[in-house]
Design a protein around this ligand. Structure first.
Ligand code: C2O
Ligand code: CU
Length: 695
């Protein structure tokens, strides 16, 4: 709903801009009407324009009213107090100033003679009080659109003062110009300037605007260049209302030792000694890999396959993974998405390690303390690396082993030039499972798109786990589809029936997994008219370490939004966090042991799957409604336009942790921030002059 309101307000303002340009032209040319009859007619036309423009503004206003009805002030306060007044002010002047004058003009030209209007009538038609409100309506609509694309949120006078001053200046300039013309219009010799002169003046004005805009662009380009080298301790600290923490280099300043001992991230490792229970070697290398259809992907692989090999382990095991980079020029790392490992093992280039360049290796060691479905991927040039195939599945089975006899993973990805595939199947995958068998189906969405639709047809099922965390007493579901966000995971469980079961990706029969007793049979048509699974009231409540009524040590707010602006020197449609992009985005500061509550609000036009490293957050409420079912822990939370989530976590894993949108396009464009523990420092650098480019 929010998105629709957002869109219709925007369309209203656009329409207002375009139509008011026509109205403004008619108003401004009124004085040149060749006869009283024409003047009479055009006055009437302008009165009509006033009504049309007002109706359009009313539509935009209605959108905002509906927002006020259903959404928190953060969604609409700028619209109500900034956008609409800027457009409404000139329209009010149209009603109060222009309309009475037009009525008078109509009365005076009621005789409808074909002779040119008398000088006094021309004077009336040129009055600034009549013309300027129409022309200002365009300026008002443009100003409102400007603030739609460059939202004044969080509100800072510095961001609005220039546009508002410009708005006032245009008003004054138009008034003066029309006042001058009005004075001349009374002269007998008054005539329209020759076409050539008008064109020249227009060109000069356009030139001036271009020069000013060009200077602005130049300044913006220069000031938004990313630093050549920076470290993750530099940032804009947000203490979330808790005590200010020392021990960091704020804004690039020197590290202060006030907090006592500083811990470099390199010391926050998993067990460095002990014989590992599992050893894996992942070699990053380029390879041409064939998918099930026979088509080939020029991929970046781990061990020559896409996705990379499945890493399977048992809860409590000590795991050692050696990463070898054979020929990925830009470097590689391994990040264990959703596994809350110690910071030094987290695999973020420039934060917890240096990128592993061709010929180099890096060893990760950690205890597999959580059970469930995870995935690993490179966190160096993540956007390109993950897209090209540097990822795979990571599964931790419970100590006592899996309850289900069959375990199938559906890791979906969209390959360049090929499209969707589950694992290496870009056609339907077939599995044979005997009736009565307990099955676990693990859905993992690795794509850069927002969320993907998965429909399981032919059997009632349960959502057993979300993001690697088992749910409490999940109920049986039918006629329900799942929307898995980028980076997110859902585990489904069911008892294999006699008849075929089909997991459809995208809702059709082309991509999916067909499961039947003999692996044969027809694909059942995916159920239509299913509703999306919502964890908010699914399963049964259970005890959680904190909740809505807990006293939190720190409370943060992240507002996700869109903005037109410059980033690293180029103009783009941006995805912002509290109005900013990395490295100006907030840096949430915590102390080990803090309980933290965060409110995440999406004011923008697209989904943002928010992923915090090193921690699972407990979802407390969604859009004001408390979570009433199973405790819902998440590491990748899909925040859709208009959504407000309140989540909480315990700051129990010291380090420097990325917190970013897992639509990796967005992350690479700056939609990234980090969580910073008191006293933790990093020796690693990122930026164009370093090897490290985490996104
Ligand atoms: Cu799956 Cu920061 O990443
Ligand atoms: Cu995003």
């Amino acid at each position: 709903m929010y998105f629709q309101l957002f869109l219709f307000e925007l369309l209203g303002l656009l329409l207002l801009l375009v139509l008011s340009l026509f109205a403004g032209r008619t108003a401004s040319n009124l004085v040149f009407a060749p006869s009283a009859t024409v003047l009479h007619k055009r006055s009437w036309r302008l009165m009509l324009w006033s009504v049309i423009l007002t109706l359009i503004l009313a539509e935009a206003f209605l959108c905002v009213l509906l927002m006020i009805e259903d959404y928190d002030a953060v969604f609409w306060k700028d619209r109500l107090f900034l956008h609409l007044p800027l457009a409404a002010l000139p329209l009010t002047a149209v009603w109060a100033g222009s309309l009475p004058k037009l009525l008078k003009l109509r009365r005076k030209t009621a005789s409808r003679t074909e002779v040119p209007p008398r000088p006094d009538l021309r004077g009336m038609a040129a009055e600034p009080g009549l013309v300027v409100p129409f022309r200002m309506t365009s300026v008002g609509a443009a100003a409102a659109l400007y603030f739609t694309f460059v939202p004044a949120l969080p509100f800072r006078w510095a961001d609005v003062i220039v546009p508002l001053a410009l708005y006032a200046a245009v008003w004054a300039a138009l008034w003066t110009a029309h006042e001058r013309r009005c004075l001349k219009a009374g002269d007998a010799s008054f005539a329209r300037r020759p076409r050539g002169v008008r064109a020249l003046r227009a060109a000069a004005a356009a030139g001036a605007v271009l020069v000013v805009a060009g200077l602005g662009v130049f300044a913006a380009q220069a000031s938004t260049r990313l630093p050549a080298s920076m470290d993750m301790m530099a940032g804009v600290p947000d203490y979330g209302g808790g005590p200010v923490l020392a021990g960091h280099a704020h804004g690039g300043g020197a590290v202060t030792a006030a907090a006592g001992a500083l811990t470099p991230v390199t010391e926050l490792t998993g067990p460095r000694t002990g014989t590992p229970d599992r050893r894996f070697t992942l070699t990053a290398e380029q390879a041409a890999v064939r998918l099930s259809s026979g088509r080939t992907v020029q991929a970046w692989t781990f061990n020559g396959s896409i996705p990379g090999p499945e890493l399977r382990m048992r809860e409590g095991e000590l795991v050692e993974v050696t990463l070898v980079n054979k020929d990925i020029e830009g470097g590689v790392t391994l990040h264990w998405h959703g596994l809350d490992v110690p910071n030094a093992e987290d695999g973020v280039a420039g934060a917890t390690q240096n990128a592993v360049l061709p010929g180099q290796t890096h060893t990760y060691r950690f205890l597999a303390e959580q059970t469930g479905t995870f995935w690993y991927h490179t966190h160096q040039h993540s956007l390109e690396g993950v897209q090209k195939g540097l990822f795979g599945t990571l599964i931790v089975e419970p100590k006592e082993g899996l309850a289900e006899a069959r375990d199938i993973t559906a890791i979906t990805h969209v390959w360049d030039d090929i499209g969707f595939a589950i694992g290496d199947h870009d056609t339907v995958q077939r599995e044979s499972i005997a009736p009565g068998t307990q099955v676990r189906l693990r859905l993992i969405n690795t794509d850069n798109w927002v969320r993907q639709k998965y429909t399981l047809t032919g059997v009632p099922f349960r959502v057993a786990a979300i993001d690697g965390v088992e749910l409490n007493e999940p109920g049986l579901l039918t006629d329900t589809h799942l929307e898995v966000t980028t980076g997110g995971r859902y585990d489904l469980t069911f008892t294999m029936p006699e008849t075929p079961v089909f997991l459809s990706v995208l809702g059709g029969k082309k991509i999916g997994i067909l499961i039947s007793p003999d692996g044969q049979g027809d694909i059942p048509a995916p159920a239509k008219n299913t509703k999306a699974f919502d964890p908010v009231n699914y399963g049964k409540p259970a005890a959680t370490p904190f909740g809505l009524n807990t006293d939190y040590d720190r409370e943060f707010t992240v507002v996700l939004d869109n903005k037109l602006g410059f980033y690293n020197g180029s103009l783009d449609f941006q995805y912002t966090m509290n109005g900013k992009l990395f490295p100006d985005s907030p840096m949430f500061m915590v102390r080990e042991g803090d309980l933290v509550r965060t409110t995440i609000i999406n004011r923008g036009a697209v989904d943002h799957p928010m992923h915090l490293h090193g921690h699972h957050v407990l979802v407390l409420s969604k859009n004001g409604k408390p979570v009433t079912g199973t405790p819902w822990w998440s590491d990748t939370l899909d925040v859709q336009p208009g959504d407000t989530y309140v989540v909480a976590f315990a700051a129990n894993n010291p380090g420097i942790w990325m917190d970013h949108c897992h639509n990796l396009d967005h992350a690479a464009a700056g939609m990234s921030m980090h969580l910073m523990y008191e006293g933790v420092v990093t020796p690693f650098k990122m930026g164009i002059e370093t090897v490290n480019h985490p996104e």
